[in-house]
Ligand binder design. Structure first.
Ligand SMILES: [Zn+2]
Length: 75
């Protein structure tokens, strides 16, 4: 895809995402994303964002303080 920020080329890769919760911090590793080669901007595809919301919802329920999860391995 084309980067809307700098018009560079964003290629599919993986990134690590820290997500702030009310109770703490959730760190999600190996999240598939389109990453701009030029400005390093990260774009999360819609299907991945939906999956992340589910992971966050579970973490919220568990009231995690600090948790590291692997996107690929998260149930
Ligand atoms: Zn860019």
């Amino acid at each position: 895809m084309k980067c809307p920020t700098c018009s560079g080329i964003a290629k599919r890769g993986v990134t690590n995402l820290p997500i702030e919760l009310e109770t703490g911090l959730l760190y999600v590793k190996h999240v598939p994303a389109d990453i701009c080669e030029q400005c390093d901007e990260v774009f999360i595809p819609d299907d991945v964002a939906a999956r992340l919301e589910e992971i966050v919802a579970v973490a919220r329920k568990q009231k995690v303080e600090i948790e590291v999860v692997d996107y690929q391995g998260a149930a």
